[in-house]
Design a protein around this ligand. Sequence first.
Ligand code: G1P
Length: 293
Amino acid sequence: MKIKKAVFPVGGLGTRFLPATKASPKEMLPVVDKPLIQYAVKEAIDAGCDEIIFITGRGKRAIMDHFDVSVELEVQLEAAGKFDQLEEIRDIMPEYVTAMGIRQSRPLGLGHAVYCARKVIGDEPFAVLLADDMIYGGRNPVLSQMTDLFDKVQSSIVAVEEVDPSETHKYGIVRITDVDGRTGKIQEIVEKPLPEHAPSNLGVVGRYILTPEIFGILENLPKGLGGEIQLTDAIAQLMKTQDVYSYAYRGKRYDCGSKLGYLAATVEYGVNHKDLGEDFKVYLKEFVESMDE
Ligand code: G1P
């Protein structure tokens, strides 16, 4: 089976970026010239997904609008001869890809957000991407690396990365046995344990491939940490009946759920930007030097 459907939980309130996120979704914060969510959606499309499912909440209309066709804008750009921009606008959502929004009526956690997609996913494996975790994978984006692995194992896969041992309380943490190289078999998964209780410092990052059996588990799952339905807890249940793999991806992650990570992403994507990069590098060098004066 191939992964064709990707779920994007975008219902969160984005309180860490207030007041910027008071009236617009945090997923629409731009990194250089594209909103955060566009990078993640492109990653899914590049990995072969052609159905994009947003799990939305209040005040998230801008996300749906961003991925919708804007006939007015296209007509204006065409009339003005701005063909590069026109192409860029059209590239946001290739014609063969469909997008839909499902409203998560109450913010009951990541597990609940994923559960909201059950009717659209049906009986097939699917991807989950958390747009806050922006991951630069170069020519081989992380979800593509994971779908390659899925082709071999046909089982659930969770992306992982070594995190600072003092920060285990910010991540799902796994204990694995090595399979080979970057791949492991998960033996234990815990949501946000304190460092003294963490089974390792291997943290879950926001990329998952899940088999549809996760829905039956989520349906009956009691609330976990923070009174929320935790995806991590559902994966722990899934492991009782199926293998679940960890995958230490190739790439660099920017935690855009934090201001520092977001600024780092902005600077590094700016430096690597095709039109802006060279000028920005010059500016940045001069600016850093001026700070030492
Ligand atoms: C969620 C998951 C957590 C995972 C993290 C990755 O937490 O619950 O297991 O490690 O995403 O970004 P959140 O960051 O939404 O609190």
